[in-house]
Design a protein around this ligand. Sequence first.
Ligand SMILES: *Cc1c(COP(=O)(O)O)cnc(C)c1O
Length: 452
Amino acid sequence: MNRQILLNEKEIPKQWYNIQADMPNPVPPPLNPGTGKPITPDMLEAIFPMNIIEQEVSTERWITIPDAVLEKYLIWRPTPLYRASFLEKFLGTPAHIYFKNEGVSPPGSHKPNTAIAQAYFNKVFGVKRLATETGAGQWGSALAFACNQFGLECKVYMVRISYNQKPYRRTLMETWGAKCVPSPSPDTNAGRKFYEQNKEHFGSLGIAISEAVEDGATSKDSKYSIGSVANHVLLHQTILGLEAHKQLAMIGEYPDIVIGCAGGGSNFSGLALPFVRDKIHGKTLQVIACEPASCPTMTKGPYVYDFGDTAETTPLFAMHSLGHNFIPAPIHAGGLRYHGMAPIVSRLLMDNLIEARAYGQLETFAAGVIFARTEGFIPAPETNHAIACVIEEAKKAKEEGKEKVILMNWSGHGIIDLAAYDAYLSGKLEDSVLSDDEIQKSLKALEKYPKP
Ligand SMILES: *Cc1c(COP(=O)(O)O)cnc(C)c1O
């Protein structure tokens, strides 16, 4: 049995996989909220460079990774695939459990897979500065790292509650040379509105996105950069799934079940899309996206056209959504607190190519602690949602006496989230329950928009 399945540098995939070439039903076009008509690529030009917009709308199956991006990927890629043999033994399961460790990147998650690519494409387009939002700080720190690698300035609007609770990710950003401010901030029109009402406003990802979009669109030589949800982000993340696909093939394994946690849907997609491709072409497998019960976008949110942000500055996207005014409970898995879901993931869910499950906060930390006490690595609170599902499926395999192969994306480490573990271990963590009434209330605002 192999514990670590490793690729050498030469075996790193040289192309990203674009599932838009293979989807049975295409992603519906984003709409202009004023006219209800599809937006044209040039309407995105205020916020993204054209080389990224081309990827956003491309239906080419394979997109070449530029050499300058591959060179930076080699800072931490290819990442190891592990057989979680100690977890298997602890569970007494006949299942083979594999996890792809994306926690080995400098910022500690999968996010630099797209941050490096976006910084590069902006750089060659002549952009000098990127603006973005961040929740818990993983995306902000990944973009700060990437901008530093390519010599771009970087400004990060960080949701205030996290800015106050998680100072270390801000320190990461500042160490890599980025500027980080709490959101809502007085620096933008979108932020000032909330900031002036309440200078200690907790903020939300939706508000921070509005601020960063406004900054990227209106500041000199600047663009906006997004950490998840968009088609091009999911594209860049496929590097990790293509590696895992190769790694399993090397040892003659193929997954029966592929599992990832999903906030905006990018790490899940990075792992899953190369396998969903196989499924579209006739393979039998289960693909499961895991989300928090307190932000149940896929399991409770309808498939609608909605804004990507609170201030209604983005186009309307066809996605599963809880409504753009929905502000999720302040759970520790900050990276999963988003009201919407990637349009690609949402479409695949509608077509039953993937399924979704929701887990309560306590259950996910229990799973994370089991993982830490068997495999050693301490997972990010987001990753714990995937681990809860892996454990559930491994137990099911035991009951059924089946030697199933389970593949999971280990999206990041939890070394900067120890305060959350502290709260869990001392019994202070709670499950927050979301009522259907609350969801219905925030969905009311969408009634006037077209349906996908
Ligand atoms: C940001 C983040 C997530 C959630 O974002 P996705 O775009 O859904 O992948 C999950 N895990 C970790 C460790 C993260 O940093």
